[in-house]
Ligand binder design. Structure first.
Ligand code: FMN
Length: 201
């Protein structure tokens, strides 16, 4: 499937075949492609919590307004970010770069994030948003449906997965074999409503 088709046919699918399993190879391929998603300064701050434990999924579903995607999707990912990835051995993100690039970029990374909580949080959300879309389009191209989700109690889910203090949850992505089609698109804005020429008036 070409990318354009995957974009056109991806929908937020809410009902999944609970009996379908994805193979380890499929899951590995999906996640391996997801980590090719771009991140600022290549800090690769996303963390993909893959919840396979059925009991844990039940508890997460309770914290997500009972939404069935949580327990029924073949693959259930809690997309998190490490807010401090920028300061955790950042040289590993540039190992293969020429020395002069490393010498320039490592202090630049530090300068961009140090002491700036909002910037760190914004970066986490940007990275996770892009990774989520990569996951969903890749899933579509592999014959799977998906649902992005933020309808849950973030604090409760953080507790359930023992989220470290310097990490944050961005969203869930559920992936599997859809059993019911999504509603027809409920209301798409026109390009004119969302594209601004040059500047806001
Ligand atoms: C960040 C985000 C959070 C969402 N949370 C939920 C959710 O908790 N439950 C749900 O059923 N759909 C959720 N959705 C799906 C949206 O309702 C859906 O993407 C939107 O209506 C557009 O439909 P489409 O994705 O099929 O084009 C979420 C989507 C996004 C991007």
């Amino acid at each position: 499937m070409i990318t354009k088709q995957a974009i056109e046919t991806r929908r937020a699918v809410k009902h999944y075949d609970v009996d379908h399993s994805m193979t380890h190879e499929e899951i590995n391929e999906l996640l391996s492609l997801a980590i090719l998603s771009p991140t600022a300064f290549n800090i690769q701050n996303w963390r993909f919590v893959v919840v396979a434990d059925a009991e844990l999924r039940k508890h997460i579903r309770e914290a997500a307004w009972g939404q069935s995607q949580v327990t029924d999707a073949s693959l259930f990912i809690i997309l998190c970010a490490d807010l401090k990835s920028w300061e955790k051995e950042p040289e590993r993100y540039w190992t293969n770069a020429p020395k002069e690039v490393r010498e320039f970029i490592l202090p630049a990374i530090d300068n961009y994030y140090r002491g700036k909580d909002q910037v760190q949080r914004d970066e986490a959300m940007r990275s996770c948003g892009i990774a989520a879309q990569t996951l969903m389009l890749t899933a579509k191209s592999m014959g799977y449906d998906s649902c992005p989700m933020d309808g849950f109690d973030f604090g409760k889910v953080a507790e359930l997965i023992n989220l470290p203090d310097d990490h944050i949850i961005a969203m869930f992505v559920a992936i599997g074999k859809g059993t019911k089609e999504a509603w027809s698109r409920p209301g798409q804005l026109n390009l004119n409503d969302v594209v601004i020429k040059n500047s806001f008036s």
